[in-house]
Ligand binder design. Structure first.
Ligand code: PEP
Ligand code: MN
Length: 338
């Protein structure tokens, strides 16, 4: 950490700051310039709340120079993490993965039709919510375990893996036989108890960025899972809330290279929730692959307009097939496969 003192800071103020830093367990290196004193603190600052130094008199600003997350940081695994699934599928390697499926599992016919389409397009992962975090308690809440049974069956029949959202700790155990990857939704990105529990599970977790979360907060949330010993964490950009109203959320494409710079974890892009509009999903999916996304997750449905949830952002199956073809071209252009 770096503490920059104000130009007219007194020796007493500087000494008080040095004492506070030493008390917190950091070694202090003082540089006294012509007009300003800089205190460099070296040591374990990970859990320190730097605001306590900012509030001391005579302090101009305090700056953290090491990341507050350790296991999620790029330095922990400079070569990058590749999450491997039991059937050999991977997220985070050279190949861009495709995760597609309905917002919610609705019935047998729906999920089997979609699974066959995902497979035919070359996708490896079938997504579908059985526990839906809906803004209204009166909206369709998902089929629960019977829905997961259907999705698991449809995935097995087509050699796909399943991804589904877990909303609370009590759902983890019953979901285990049916999901290959747990999804933590935007609304639960800071449900730290759930994250801790998922750290003890030995199945990959796809952690979505909260709609008002910055990238550091996303990485700190992933740290909860990693700290439990579950290193198979996949991050996901799904759009954030801004003042823009043309799209449901603002798809932060820049988050993809930022995460790749700061962390070794794979980064997925979800342009369905990122835009909330069917017509905007393909351009943002293409931008995400160009920006280095390790997987694209999209919502698809044979009757997209009639989907029980998120209909407006759901692609028709033919749109999805066309999109995957285009993504393949872009993946090749940026040195990836699909
Ligand atoms: C979803 O994937 O269907 C979902 C609810 O996503 P999010 O948590 O990003 O809103
Ligand atoms: Mn959805």
């Amino acid at each position: 950490m770096i503490v920059a003192m104000q130009e007219r800071a007194t020796e007493e103020q500087i000494d008080a700051v040095i004492d506070a830093m030493v008390e917190s367990g950091v070694n202090v290196h003082r540089t006294t310039g012509a007009s300003q004193t800089i205190l460099a603190g070296v040591g374990p600052t990970t859990g320190l709340d730097l605001r306590k130094f900012e509030l001391l008199s005579g302090v101009l600003y305090v700056h953290r120079i090491t990341a507050p997350y350790k296991l999620a940081g790029r330095a922990f695994r400079p070569e990058g993490t590749v999450v491997e699934f039991p059937n050999g599928a991977r997220i985070g390697g050279e190949q861009v993965a495709i995760i597609a499926g309905p917002c919610a599992i609705e019935n047998r016919d729906q999920i089997f039709t979609i699974a066959a389409c995902v497979k035919a397009a070359g996708g490896g992962f079938l997504r579908g919510g059985a526990y839906k975090p809906r803004s209204s308690p009166y909206a369709f809440q998902g089929l629960g375990i019977p829905g997961l049974e259907l999705m698991h069956e449809a995935a097995e029949a087509n050699g796909l893996l399943t991804v589904s959202e877990v909303m609370e700790i009590a759902q983890i155990e019953p979901m285990l036989p049916y999901v290959d990857c747990f999804q933590v939704g935007a609304r639960n990105m800071q449900n730290f108890n759930l994250l801790r529990e998922l750290g003890l599970v030995r199945k990959p977790v796809l952690l979505k960025r909260g709609m008002s979360a910055n990238i550091e907060e996303l990485l700190l949330s992933s740290e909860y899972i990693l700290a439990g010993g579950n290193y198979d964490v996949i991050l996901c950009e799904r759009g954030i809330r801004t003042y823009e109203t043309s799209t449901r959320n603002t798809m932060d494409i820049a988050a993809i290279p930022v995460v790749h710079k700061l962390s070794h974890l794979p980064m997925v892009a979800d342009p369905s929730h990122g835009t909330g509009r069917r017509d905007m999903v393909p351009p943002m999916a293409k931008a995400a692959v160009a920006a280095g996304a390790d997987a694209i997750m999209v919502e698809i449905h044979p009757n997209a307009d009639k989907a029980a949830s998120d209909a407006a952002q759901t692609l028709y199956l033919d749109q999805f097939e066309k999109l995957v073809g285009e993504l393949r071209v872009i993946a090749t252009a940026v040195g990836r496969t699909l």
